[in-house]
Design a protein around this ligand. Structure first.
Ligand SMILES: Nc1ncnc2c1ncn2[C@@H]1O[C@H](COP(=O)(O)OP(=O)(O)OP(=O)(O)O)[C@@H](O)[C@H]1O
Ligand SMILES: [Mg+2]
Length: 252
């Protein structure tokens, strides 16, 4: 379980997280939604200890991350960041090898290669395995970064907008993959999404953020409803039940 207690974070005078308290139980898919600038990426970066809070505490399986050795944290928790700036010229397979670093410390074993292959298979990347990252399309590159995160083979997966640049088919495949990882492999997935309908159809729970606070959290049925969505996004959003799934309508 990830326990977040009274977490606050400011950038200069701007407070971007305000006293956030949240429990993320082990297992399942939790979608983190909310408007641009709500603090979603900041929260993920704090959980992964990429940045430090001003106050508050985060524990992962009872360990205070402020006092957990980096290598230990990296074996439990992997993060896909919203922006991935990579200068080095790496192939897709080499990028997967990066994900194994917490296990292998650079010297890849057979088990590491197997984990990389599994991740490349999952993300439909074997045909592109020897291609350089800067020779890929946007969606292919996004999948390569997700493969790196999966190859890390951690209990917790934090993914910041993994659907960026993906077409419908790969978007659906990504959500099914995350659902499988959670329900078949017992992983705990926290995923930032802007597509409410993917959140509605593939999450066990949804956490909504606004203005640096937890605005609401609950089941998809509780959150994907006209009232909470209107208050969250400041717009009218109709919701219909289609084939047993709650679908938000906001394209008109
Ligand atoms: N390094 C930084 N320096 C200053 N302000 C920052 C920094 N990073 C984020 N912010 C500000 O913090 C607030 C929260 O940003 P964050 O990236 O967490 O939002 P988000 O919910 O992920 O938004 P989006 O949906 O656009 O990705 C925003 O107002 C943003 O401008
Ligand atoms: Mg963000």
């Amino acid at each position: 379980m990830i326990r977040i207690e009274n977490l606050s974070k400011s950038y200069g005078p701007a407070q971007v997280l305000r006293d956030v308290t949240l429990d993320l139980p082990k297992g399942g898919v939790t979608s983190l939604i909310g408007p641009n600038g709500a603090g979603k990426s900041t929260l993920l970066s704090l959980i992964a200890r990429l940045i430090a809070p001003d106050s508050g505490r985060i524990t992962v399986d009872g360990m205070d991350i402020a006092r957990t050795p980096g290598a230990e944290l990296a074996r439990r928790l992997a993060i896909l960041r919203q922006e991935n700036h990579l200068v080095a010229r790496l192939t897709v397979r080499e990028l997967g090898g990066f994900g194994r670093f917490p296990h292998s410390a650079g010297r890849l074993t057979q088990a590491d290669h197997a984990a990389i292959d599994r991740a490349l298979d999952y993300l439909d990347l074997q045909a592109l395995a020897d291609r350089f990252i800067d020779q890929l399309s946007g969606g292919q590159r996004q999948r390569a970064f997700v493969a790196m995160v999966l190859a890390q083979d951690t209990d917790y997966l934090l993914l910041d907008e993994p659907l960026n640049n993906l077409d419908m088919k790969h978007g659906q495949a990504m959500m099914r993959l995350l659902s499988r990882a959670a329900h078949d492999l017992g992983k705990s997935v926290l995923v930032v999404l802007h597509d409410i309908n993917f959140a509605s159809c593939h999450s066990d729970r949804i956490v909504a953020m606004r203005d640096g606070r937890i605005f609401a959290s609950g089941t998809p049925a509780e959150i994907v409803a006209p009232d909470p969505l209107r208050d969250l996004y400041d717009m009218e959003i109709a919701v219909r039940e289609i084939d047993g799934q709650r679908i938000a309508l906001f394209y008109g």
